[in-house]
Design a protein around this ligand. Structure first.
Ligand SMILES: *Cc1c(COP(=O)(O)O)cnc(C)c1O
Length: 358
């Protein structure tokens, strides 16, 4: 594989974030599941999460879960973080200790598969408190509990909730107190206690900062805060976490002066969008060997002052470098800081290598 484009992962910063998030949560009696999907379950990053106190690792893709289980021999439980597809239940039961669930059919299929594989499986019942992605509606609780009670091979881990992913709904003390009371109700229906009240993801950390996290919450599933020290959905920052943990480097393949407006009739670009141009005259521009196939371009930010991303096609990025202090040449590398949306695709692209610093 070619060396560039490549991601530079700064081990110390991610380790710092993981340790800090874990110790902050511990002060509130909250355990942390490290969420690996943002970095496509990169082995170094997963190990950093485990070494710094994450009590489990979660991911939503079978291929990642396969590597977590078969290649990494992790000393912590592995969770399937998306309600499993019916078509992947055999792999989920084989590879994972637990799954999130929201459908009766899925729960029953997991139980049947466990019976075949002679295994037990834990489920975390997701409850939709308004974000409108996965989860049961609270009035389904009694019916689902009666199904869980009949399962012979399934243990209920507890209840979980997700925020800020589809509806953009933010977590709040009130919503998490509701989750806590639903956990109690579930325990009454099941006539046994369940361990976890899993109160969300990175965006729920703010309730620790302002002291409004209700005591019923005892687990969080954290990806972005550890990986990047940021929170895309809430848009707030964590002053106590390290940012700029991961950089992208792309190589310059052309540097030329060109007009800033295309010549000729403008129709749609390769993605069906009609581009808009501002005439700034002839400008010094660079092409970098990276594109939309590898990353969400608007989630990248050049580190050099005076470099602006003008756009990209599938495998070329066009940059205005007129005001860059550095004299750029073919073969030079340009650095970008990456947001979560870019990191997801970059770590998944087979064309992007990953270098972890010591
Ligand atoms: C992705 C995901 C998370 C982790 O979210 P971050 O914002 O990266 O912390 C947690 N829970 C579920 C269900 C997810 O899909």
């Amino acid at each position: 594989m070619s060396l560039w484009p490549r991601l530079i992962v700064q081990r110390e910063k991610i380790a710092y974030n993981a340790a800090h998030v874990v110790s902050l949560c511990r002060q509130w009696n909250i355990g942390v599941y490290g969420v690996a999907k943002g970095a496509c379950a990169n082995e170094d990053i997963v190990r950093i999460m485990v070494e710094n106190g994450c009590e489990g690792i979660a991911d939503s893709r079978i291929e990642n879960l396969y590597r977590l289980r078969k290649e990494m021999c992790l000393p912590v439980p592995i969770m399937m973080l998306r309600p499993p597809m019916m078509s992947e239940i055999p792999e989920v039961v084989e590879l994972c200790d637990s799954s999130v669930v929201s459908m009766i059919e899925t729960i029953q299929a997991i139980d049947a598969e466990c019976s075949l594989q002679k295994k037990r499986h834990n489920v975390l019942l997701m409850i939709d408190l308004g974000d409108l992605r996965e989860g049961i509606w609270p009035d389904e609780l009694e019916q689902i509990a009666s199904v869980l009670k009949k399962c012979r091979y399934i243990d209920c881990l507890g209840v979980g909730v997700n925020f800020g992913c589809f509806g953009g709904v933010l977590p709040s003390r009130k919503k998490l107190e509701t989750l806590g009371s639903l956990k109690k109700k579930l325990e009454e229906y099941l006539e046994c206690s369940v361990p976890l009240c899993s109160g969300g993801a990175t965006s729920s950390l703010f309730l620790l900062d302002d002291g409004t996290m209700p005591s019923c919450v005892n687990s969080l599933r954290i990806g972005e805060a550890i990986l990047l020290g940021t929170d895309s959905s809430g848009g707030k920052t964590f002053p106590y976490l390290r940012r700029n943990t991961i950089f992208l480097e792309a190589e310059v393949i052309e540097v030329k002066r060109k007009p800033s407006v295309p010549l000729g009739t403008i129709a749609a670009d390769a993605f069906g969008d009609i581009p808009v141009f501002v005439d700034k005259g002839v400008r010094l521009r660079a092409l970098a060997a990276i594109g939309k196939q590898d990353a969400r371009i608007d989630a990248l930010l050049p580190c050099d002052k005076g470099i602006e991303i003008l756009g990209a096609s599938s495998d070329h990025m066009v940059l205005d470098v007129e005001e860059c202090d550095r004299k750029l040449c073919v073969g030079d590398k340009i650095r970008f800081s990456v947001k979560y949306g870019a990191l997801l695709a970059l770590t998944t692209s087979p064309y992007v290598s990953i270098h972890v610093t010591e």
